[in-house]
Design a protein around this ligand. Structure first.
Ligand code: ADP
Length: 476
C-alpha cells in the first residue's frame, strides 16, 4: 500500500493475489488482497487463543493496562495512515475517518484505566462463621464479528474491554474492510500485546468463521455488531454452548423536533446524525417527526443546509458525503427512495444524479408511515419527514418498531424532556444532541436492536464473570 507513511502496518498481511480482495468503494478499484483461513485453521487459532488467555490473565492488571496504553499511543501516532485506510476501503470522508481513529483509540485508553477497577464486593454474612465475597474474573476467549461501517472503532470497542478484563480476543472483521483491522492489530503487536491474545482472521466466507466462533466450546464470549438478521442467527448458534453474548444490531432511530425546539440547533443535529458516514451507521437518524408549528421553518432551513453538502471522493478534504459501501448498497437505497416516491413521497431538495456508488442527500416529505423507508433501516443519506401534531400519538409511532437502539429529540421544555426521554423505548436517547457515541457512556439497544452494552463500566462487565466465594468455618 504505497499510500501509507508507515509501511510496517500491513507488511505482514498483504498477499500477491491470493485471498480476500479488498476494493475501494469510490471507484471499485482493487486495493489489496489479504490471506483467508479455512475453518480448521480458525479452530486452531481458537486453541492458541485459549493458551494465550491463560497467560494473559495471569499478568498483573497494571502490566496489561500499560501495554494497552502503549497501543493507544501508537494508534494516535499512526492516525493519518489509519484514517487513510478507513477512507480507502470504506469510503468515509477523511475528516470523519480521523474522528473514527480517535474515537476508536479512546476505548483503549479508557479501558486501560477501567481494567484496574474490576472490583468485587464483600457482603455481610447472616452467620458469624462465614465470610462472603465476590471476585471478578475474565470469561476466557472472546470472539467477535464486526461490520464495515466503523472498521476500527467497532473492533477497539470490543477488544479493549476484553483485554482489560483478561480475556484474549479473536475477531473477524468485515470482508469489505480488513485492512484497517490488520493495521490496528499490527500496532497492538508493536506495543507488546501477544499474538495469541489479539488476532484478526478472515475466513473463506463469513458463515464458516461464524460457525467456529459460535459453536467452539473454548469460545466463552461472543460479541457481534451487524444486522439484526445475522445477529439473530448467530445468537441461536451461541445457544448450543450457552455463550455469553453481546449483540449490537440494527436500529431505526426516530428524530423528533417539537414545536418548542431551537430550530437552528435541530437542523445542525439532524445533519450530523443523518449524514455521518453517508447515513450508514446503526444510530443514524432514520425517520424525522416534526411538529406542525415548526414544520415549515425546519424544512426550509434543513433544505438550505443539506444542499450545501458536498458529495465526492472521501480523500478530498472538502467532501461531506462519500460513496456507499457497494453497488448493491446503492441499489437497495435507490429502490427504497423509488418505492416511497411511488406512494406519494416528494423530494424537496435539489436532485443530483450521480455515477458510481454515490447517493446524493435526499429529503422526502409526504412519506407514508408504513413504507419500508420508514419501517426499516435505510443505511443511506435519505431523510424522510413526517408531520405530527400530538405528542402521545407521535411517541406511539416512534416506539412502533422491533428496533430500540438510538432516538433523538429536540425540545426546550424541561417537563417534556424528562417525559419523552422516559417514554422512548430506546437504549440511547440524544436530547438536543445529534451525536451521542462516546467511550464513557454505555452504547447498546433494547428490543431486537440487541443485548449488552459497549463502553463505560458496563462494557467491562460484559467480559467478566462474577465469582462468589464463601469462606466458612471461621472462628469470630
Ligand atoms: P452489514 O449490513 O453491516 O454488512 P451484516 O450483518 O451482513 O451487516 O454483516 C456484519 C458482519 O457479519 C460482517 O463481518 C459479515 O461478514 C458478518 N456476517 C454476515 N453473515 C454472516 C453469517 N452468516 N455468519 C457469520 N458472520 C456473518
Amino acid at each position: 500500500m504505497k499510500q501509507l507513511k508507515n509501511q510496517t502496518l500491513l507488511a505482514s498481511v498483504l498477499t500477491d493475489g491470493k485471498g480476500q480482495q479488498v476494493f475501494n468503494p469510490f471507484d471499485d478499484s482493487l486495493l489489496a488482497t489479504v490471506p483467508m483461513s479455512c475453518q480448521a485453521k480458525i479452530e486452531h487459532d481458537v486453541v492458541e487463543m485459549e493458551a494465550g488467555q491463560k497467560a494473559w490473565q495471569k499478568k498483573p492488571v497494571s502490566e496489561r493496562c500499560q501495554l494497552m496504553k502503549k497501543w493507544h499511543q501508537l494508534i494516535l501516532q499512526n492516525e493519518d495512515d489509519l484514517a487513510m485506510l478507513i477512507t480507502l476501503e470504506g469510503g468515509k470522508p477523511l475528516k470523519e475517518a480521523l474522528g473514527e481513529v480517535r474515537y476508536g483509540a479512546s476505548f483503549i485508553e479508557w479501558f486501560a484505566e477501567e481494567g484496574r477497577r474490576a472490583y468485587g464486593n464483600t457482603i455481610p454474612s447472616a452467620s458469624n462463621d462465614k465470610t462472603i465475597l465476590t471476585v471478578k474474573q475474565a470469561i476466557g476467549v472472546a470472539a467477535a464479528i464486526t461490520p464495515w461501517n466503523f472498521p476500527l472503532a467497532m473492533i477497539t470497542r470490543k477488544a479493549a474491554p476484553a483485554l482489560a478484563a483478561g480475556c484474549s480476543f479473536i475477531c473477524k472483521p468485515s470482508e469489505s474492510t480488513p485492512l484497517t483491522a490488520f493495521a490496528v492489530t499490527e500496532l497492538a503487536y508493536q506495543a507488546g500485546i501477544p499474538k495469541d491474545v489479539l488476532r484478526m482472521v478472515v475466513g473463506e466466507n463469513a458463515h464458516d468463521v461464524g460457525e467456529v466462533f459460535t459453536y467452539h466450546p473454548s469460545v466463552r464470549k461472543f460479541s457481534f455488531t451487524g444486522s439484526t438478521l445475522v445477529g439473530r442467527k448467530l445468537q441461536m448458534q451461541c445457544a448450543s454452548t450457552i455463550k455469553r453474548t453481546s449483540m449490537e444490531l440494527g436500529g431505526n432511530a426516530p428524530f423528533i423536533v417539537f414545536d418548542d425546539a431551537d430550530i437552528d440547533s435541530a437542523v445542525k443535529g439532524a445533519i450530523a446524525s443523518k449524514f455521518r458516514n453517508a447515513g450508514q451507521t446503526c444510530v443514524c437518524a432514520n425517520r424525522f417527526y416534526v411538529q406542525e408549528a415548526v414544520y415549515d421553518e425546519f424544512i426550509q432551513k434543513l433544505v438550505a443546509e443539506v444542499d450545501k453538502l458536498k458529495v465526492g471522493n472521501g480523500l478530498d478534504e472538502s467532501t461531506d458525503i462519500g460513496p456507499l459501501i457497494s453497488k448493491e448498497a446503492k441499489q437497495r437505497v435507490s429502490d427504497l427512495i423509488e418505492e416511497a416516491k411511488g406512494r406519494g413521497a416528494r423530494q424537496i431538495n435539489q436532485e443530483r444524479s450521480l455515477e458510481g456508488n454515490f447517493i446524493a442527500p435526499t429529503i422526502l416529505i409526504d412519506v407514508e408511515h408504513d413504507r419500508p423507508l420508514v419501517q426499516g433501516e435505510i443505511f443511506g443519506p435519505v431523510l424522510p419527514i413526517i408531520r405530527f401534531s400530538e405528542e402521545d400519538k407521535m411517541i406511539a409511532m416512534a416506539n412502533d418498531t422491533i428496533y430500540g437502539l438510538a432516538a433523538y429529540f429536540y425540545s426546550q421544555d424541561m417537563n417534556r424532556i424528562w417525559r419523552v426521554a422516559h417514554n422512548l423505548e430506546y437504549g440511547m436517547v440524544g436530547v438536543n444532541e445529534g451525536i451521542i457515541s462516546t467511550e464513557v457512556a454505555p452504547f447498546g439497544g433494547m428490543k431486537q436492536s440487541g443485548n449488552g452494552r459497549e463502553g463505560a463500566k458496563e462494557g467491562l462487565e460484559e467480559y467478566l464473570e462474577t465469582k462468589y466465594v464463601c469462606i466458612g468455618g471461621l472462628d469470630r
